[in-house]
Structures are given as structure tokens and as C-alpha cells.
Design a protein around this ligand. Structure first.
Ligand SMILES: Cc1ncc(COP(=O)(O)O)c(C=O)c1O
Length: 408
């Protein structure tokens, strides 16, 4: 390949790419990567504290990914018609490590698509109900169905006319049960089908739902026969110290994405038998499908990624290393008046600033120092830290030390 500079590639891109897409303020073009290290087209090296928005549990170009690529099995599937060995093997591997009560699953390509499928499942299950409850500051993706559940106003405002805002009630994370009760009351004419939440809100700035509150929500949903959906697209498969919150607190539907694909676009909706039975059997044409659903190459990478996650006990590592990193960040930022808190759990951490856009500014300054980390929070007030679960500890702690210096 001929050598290209960052500037050269960005100029080429700008000629044809829609202006709404690539938008990082720092002018870098990703050229190659290994593990938690990245290089741009100018040959500059970066430590990756973002890991593809949390989608690379094993880092870049993992062995899992490379071995699956080397396999000469078929690379594209026929979604809902002919199955592949790769899909069957992935579902077996996934269900072996997921709670037994979530015994059925369907695959899709993105997090948003898993959420869309959860919405459709709830509508099929509760045929006469149309209402959903979600949380303030939630992020469930930007496809139109998922976007109606997402709380972050900036993504919704221009599309308001096509959103189901009249069918979604948003309540605060940690709210009293009376507030949930009121939301259900407001939906009494349409009926509440499901409540969806992220056990830790990622894009909303690493806001953690306590187990005690989740348990109350679980009991509330049971009492009202409302489906409880865990959106674990960000939190799932190890990042927060467990494979899923659904082991501790039972849900009815579980959305997985990001880490599942180990770098490939893959997501899944898992559900209880009786809930997933709400879908009609596919007798030749599925009611819900997509050209690339069950993509065999992605399934092979996912199966190999799950094996590594389990064999190397990366959930446990995420919890321990995340704890060390959180303590280190607290110590580094303790005296900074502009920092409000260090928040999160496992390797899903955020520095929360008192002012909007501070996370955005810090992300750009960090890129200039060779660290990739991205902003989060409804106002860009956070900097999120979501590295690969196998990032070397010294690499992470060194990057945090640099962050502490750049932050001042
Ligand atoms: C909790 C959660 N749900 C859904 C999504 C949407 O996933 P995708 O961007 O793959 O559509 C995200 C993405 O960040 C997410 O964090």
C-alpha cells in the first residue's frame, strides 16, 4: 500500500463523504492497530482507551479475529433461510455462558437492531399494549424505534415527527416506585408493554443502577406484568465485571452487542422461552430478518472471542483492573475543582466535569498526547474510559498518569 498522510486521506474523504459522518476534531486517520495500540497514517502511536466504543474486549486484531478470518468457511449467510455451522456454534457457546432462563436468541448486526427486535418482541408478547418506559439520559441507539426509547434530546429533536414520543415515558434512574407507578398510569390508555434500562448507562456518562434499585424495578415489572429489558450492549460480556447483570437480577429480554462481535458487527436479543415464543415460527419467510443476520464470519469471530473472554476470566480482570484504575483516577484528579466525580464500574469509567463540553475538549487534548478516549454524557461533560479488557495494566496506568497531567 502506498504511504498516505492523515491530511491526504482526510482531504480525499471530504470530497465524497456526507458531512454528518466523520467528525473528530483531531485530524487523525487510523492506519493499523494491535491490541490496545493504534497508529495513524503519519506513523504516530496511540494508546486506545476507547476500544471501538467498547466493542473490542480483546483489543484490535485479536487472535480470535485473525483465526476466524483464516477459516475457509463461508463468509456470508442467508439470514433466515439456510443456517450455517458458525451460527449454530455461536448460539451454543453464547447460551452456555448466559443465564439458563434466557434460553432463546436471535442475531442482528448492531446494538440498535437488537433493541428494535426487543421492541417488536414486547409488542408481539403484549399484543394489546403499546407503551414503553425508559430512563432519563438513556442511550439505546439511533434507529427510529430505538431512538424513541433513547432519552438524549439532541439526537431526537430533528426527527420528532417520526418518533413514538407519545408511547414512551422516561423516568429518572433510581426513581421512587411511585414515579414508575405514575408513568404506568399515564400510559393506561395504551398499556405498558416493557421497561428498558442499561444497568450502567454508557453514553449517558457511566451512571450505575444499584442492585437494590434494579431489584425493586424487577419486582415492580413482575407485579404489573411488564417485560423487563436489559440493554447490555455496552455493559455485557465482561466490561462491568460480570457477563450479564441478568445472573443477579432476572430480566425477560437481554440485548447484547459491541463486545459480542469481538470487532465484527454483531448483536443478539436473548429472551425467555415464553416471551420469544410470541414470534410466529418462520415457515419460509421470517417476520423479521436482514440480509446479513447470522453472518457466519462474524459468528466465528464471536465464538472465538467468547472462548477467550471465559478462558482468561476477563470479566474478573475488568473488575479488578477497573477498581485500580478508578482509585488511581480519583487520586490524580482529587484536587481538580473542575472535576465533579470519577464514576462507573469495571472498565467502564468516566471522569465527570462540572461544565458541558469539558469531556470533548479533554478528548482532543489527549489525542494530541497519543491517547484515544472519547467524550460522553448528555452535554459532553464526561470523558469515558472503556479500554480493551486485556489492556496491559501498566499501559493503562501510564495513560491515566498522562491524562492526569493533560487534565490540569
Ligand atoms: C446501551 C447501548 N444500547 C444501544 C447502543 C446502540 O448500538 P449501535 O451503535 O451498535 O447501534 C449503544 C451504543 O453505544 C449502547 O451503548
Amino acid at each position: 500500500m502506498t504511504h498516505r498522510s492523515n491530511k491526504d486521506v482526510l482531504q480525499q474523504l471530504a470530497q465524497h463523504e456526507a458531512i454528518c459522518t466523520t467528525g473528530g476534531a483531531f485530524p487523525l486517520v487510523l492506519a493499523h492497530a494491535q491490541g490496545s495500540r493504534l497508529w495513524d497514517c503519519d506513523g504516530r502511536e496511540y494508546v486506545d482507551l476507547c476500544a471501538g466504543f467498547g466493542s473490542l474486549p480483546l483489543g484490535h486484531n485479536s487472535d480470535a479475529l485473525r483465526s476466524a478470518y483464516a477459516d475457509d468457511g463461508i463468509s456470508t449467510g442467508m439470514g433466515d433461510i439456510y443456517a450455517s455451522v458458525a451460527k449454530a456454534e455461536l448460539l451454543s457457546a453464547l447460551h452456555k455462558i448466559m443465564p439458563a432462563y434466557l434460553c432463546r436468541s436471535a442475531l442482528a448486526l448492531s446494538g440498535s437492531q437488537a433493541v428494535e427486535m426487543a421492541i417488536k418482541t414486547a409488542l408481539l408478547y403484549h399484543r394489546h399494549r403499546r407503551g414503553f418506559i425508559a430512563l432519563h439520559d438513556s442511550y439505546h441507539g439511533l434507529d427510529l424505534g430505538a431512538l424513541s426509547l433513547t432519552a438524549m434530546a439532541k439526537f431526537k429533536q430533528p426527527f420528532h415527527a417520526w418518533l413514538y414520543t407519545d408511547k414512551v415515558e422516561h423516568v429518572p434512574l433510581g426513581c421512587r416506585l411511585a414515579e414508575l407507578e405514575q408513568a404506568v398510569q399515564r400510559q393506561r390508555h395504551i398499556g405498558t408493554a416493557a421497561l428498558i434500562l442499561e444497568p450502567v448507562q454508557g453514553r449517558g456518562g457511566m451512571q450505575v443502577c444499584s442492585d437494590a434499585w434494579l431489584l425493586q424495578v424487577h419486582d415492580f415489572c413482575r407485579q404489573h406484568d411488564i417485560l423487563l429489558i436489559f440493554d447490555e450492549i455496552f455493559t455485557g460480556l465482561g466490561r462491568t465485571g460480570n457477563l450479564t447483570k441478568a445472573f443477579k437480577i432476572e430480566c425477560d429480554l437481554l440485548c447484547l452487542g459491541k463486545a459480542l462481535g469481538g470487532g465484527m458487527p454483531l448483536s443478539a436479543l436473548l429472551g425467555r422461552e415464553e416471551v420469544m415464543q410470541a414470534w410466529p415460527r418462520n415457515e419460509g419467510e421470517a417476520l423479521h430478518t436482514g440480509t446479513f443476520f447470522g453472518h457466519p464470519l462474524s459468528c466465528r469471530v464471536a465464538t472465538a472471542t467468547l472462548a477467550r473472554l471465559v478462558d482468561d476470566d476477563l470479566a474478573n480482570r475488568a473488575q479488578q483492573l477497573g477498581h485500580t484504575a478508578g482509585v488511581r483516577l480519583q487520586a490524580l484528579l482529587d484536587t481538580r475543582s473542575e472535576v465533579q466525580a470519577v464514576r462507573g464500574t469495571g472498565l467502564m469509567l468516566a471522569i465527570v466535569f462540572r461544565r458541558a463540553q469539558q469531556g470533548v475538549r479533554l478528548a482532543n487534548r489527549l489525542a494530541a498526547q497519543g491517547i484515544i478516549a472519547i467524550p460522553a454524557g448528555t452535554q459532553g461533560e464526561c470523558l469515558s474510559i472503556t479500554p480493551a479488557l486485556n489492556i496491559p495494566a501498566d499501559m493503562l496506568l501510564q495513560a491515566l498518569a498522562t491524562l492526569g497531567e493533560v487534565c490540569g
